[in-house]
Design a protein around this ligand. Structure first.
Ligand code: FES
Ligand code: FES
Length: 155
């Protein structure tokens, strides 16, 4: 067992964990943050995406013990009480939710993209979310939702 300290959604957490557990396991099972979804567990679907130190990662592919000192943002960290983040609201407004399994990862990818590039083209959005699979094949509205946030932020 190893003890690490991480900041998750702004809260400091001290965790004592076995070295073989993934970040996804620890978020879901120890911290009850079930927004990151367990899909392929092989780094191929993006359902488990979270943001670590500002960059989107597949949490199923990272050992939690490697996270000592990291800042982690999960989908649960986006809203403020009942006030949704603009990307969350845009997914609702643009009907970008179907079964919702891929949605947390898609929303976090959208946020990470706009943090890097405030005015992405449609092509850039498609490429950026290329590693996030939607089983419902609803990509059009997901892309629209991300582009709508970019347009709104531009004002
Ligand atoms: S569950 Fe992590 S990439 Fe699919
Ligand atoms: S909305 Fe169902 S997997 Fe994307």
């Amino acid at each position: 067992m190893k003890t690490i300290q991480v900041k998750v959604n702004g809260y400091v957490e001290k965790l004592t964990i076995a070295p073989n557990r993934t970040l996804l396991d620890v978020l879901r099972e120890d911290l009850a943050l079930t927004g990151a979804k367990r899909g392929c567990e092989a780094g191929e679907c993006g359902a488990c995406t979270v943001i670590v130190n500002g960059r989107p990662v597949n949490s199923c592919m990272i050992l939690a013990v490697e996270m000592d000192g990291a800042e982690i943002l999960t989908i649960e960290g986006l809203s403020r009480g009942t006030q949704l983040d603009d990307m969350q609201q845009s997914f609702i407004d643009e009907f970008a939710l179907q079964c919702g399994y891929c949605t947390p990862g898609m929303i976090l990818m959208g946020k990470a993209l706009l943090a890097e590039n405030l005015q992405p083209t449609e092509e850039t959005v498609r490429e950026y979310i290329g590693g996030n699979l939607c089983r419902c094949t609803g990509y059009e509205n997901i892309i629209k939702a991300i582009l709508a946030v970019a347009a709104a932020r531009k004002g």
